[in-house]
Design a protein around this ligand. Structure first.
Ligand SMILES: [Zn+2]
Length: 357
């Protein structure tokens, strides 16, 4: 319902932009390599490569299968930071798992890099991730590495690899096209953190993505669409628009907020809505999504079923303050949305709402 404020501190935006730039770089790399060689491509791309990443040609649907490790550095926050901190702890480094990449985390990373024979820069890029995740977890495992895994799966991080974790891993492996054995090795770690899935060539080749997971991954390569990293009125980092879209891309579904009418659960974002966002981006609109399924809405809101998005910034302007909201609302209708609200509608003076049935 209510739109988060202008979002994102500059740091967060930088991170998002870097992620996009990195995606594009890796996708262009992947396009020139056999899909099976994508992992190799990443490991030979130095951690430093992200700095010079330029948006490059993209669009090949199979390119969405390239791995794209998040780059973590001082100021980074969120699930991937928790993951890295747990993995550092698993290697004997004393670091508090608080999800915030501060001086202590950077120092622990530097120590880890030195010991692992990596370039020492205190930044977690592809090479550091590869070393951090070079461990195998299976049923019965205990400790911080299991917590790292559980963070990625959206589970309560109790550090015990029991049935619940086993089932979640198997579910994730099935959805990602990996061997469903409940054993977390390099491929599963890569799929979880970097979003890589092995290439599965289909007859007919370059069919457009149709599943919600594939669409979410495709959407993450669209530089025009950004996602709020907090809510307007409530606090729940697991259900922000940013987390929703990344969790969809990982195949674990988008989390609703514990403050909402439906409580905390996981739902799938509707493929028609994701497709519409891709079309909006391809039509040249730059949107900030303020909510998908997170936040609080009306009791029977379609948000809670993954059928709607809210956007509060269009082409750099706030909705209600000069943004071309009518054009976007009309395009939503054209793309099949049956509940389209914006300035002039109650509670929608600063954001638009497009919902599918
Ligand atoms: Zn809404």
């Amino acid at each position: 319902m209510a739109p988060p404020p202008a979002n994102a501190t500059p740091t967060r935006k930088d991170t998002l932009m870097r992620k996009h730039a990195r995606n594009l770089l890796l996708h262009s790399l992947a396009a020139t390599l056999l899909a099976g060689a994508a992992l190799t491509a990443v490991s030979t791309t130095g951690d430093e490569a992200s700095a010079s990443a330029k948006p490059a040609a993209h669009g090949a649907t199979n390119a969405t299968k390239a791995a794209s490790w998040p780059v973590l550095k001082t100021g980074s926050r969120g699930t991937d930071v928790f993951t890295a901190q747990h993995l550092l702890a698993a290697r004997g480094h004393t670091v508090k798992a608080d999800g915030a990449y501060g001086k202590n985390t950077a120092a622990a990373v530097a120590k880890f890099q030195k010991r692992a024979g990596l370039r020492v820069d205190g930044v977690v890029g592809p090479k550091t991730w590869a070393k951090l995740t070079a461990l195998t977890l299976r049923t019965g495992a205990k400790g911080p590495a299991v917590k790292a895994l559980q963070r990625q799966l959206g589970l309560h991080p109790d550090g015990i690899y029991g049935n619940k974790t086993y089932n979640a891993v198997r579910g994730f492996q099935t959805r990602s096209g990996l061997k469903t054995d409940g054993v977390v090795g390099p491929k599963t770690w890569t799929a979880l953190i970097a979003g890589h899935t092995p290439a599965k060539p289909k007859p007919g080749g370059t069919k457009p993505a149709t599943t919600a997971i594939a669409l979410a991954r495709q959407l993450l390569t669209k530089p025009g669409i950004t996602y709020a990293t907090r809510h307007a009125k409530t606090v729940d980092s697991a259900s922000t628009a940013y987390r929703n879209i990344h969790d969809m891309a990982k195949g674990i579904g988008a989390a609703t907020s514990p403050h909402s009418h439906v409580g905390s659960k996981r739902v799938q974002l509707d493929p028609r809505m994701l497709k519409a966002l891709i079309t909006l981006a391809d039509s040249g609109y730059r949107l900030q999504i303020s909510e998908f399924v997170g936040g609080t809405h009306s009791k029977k809101s379609r948000h809670y079923r993954g059928l709607s998005f809210d956007a509060n910034i269009i082409n750099g302007k706030h909705v209600g303050s000069g943004a071309p909201h009518k054009k976007v609302m009309n395009l939503c209708r054209t793309l099949g949305a049956t509940e389209v609200l914006g300035p002039g509608n109650k509670g929608h003076n600063t954001h638009i709402h497009c919902a599918w049935k």
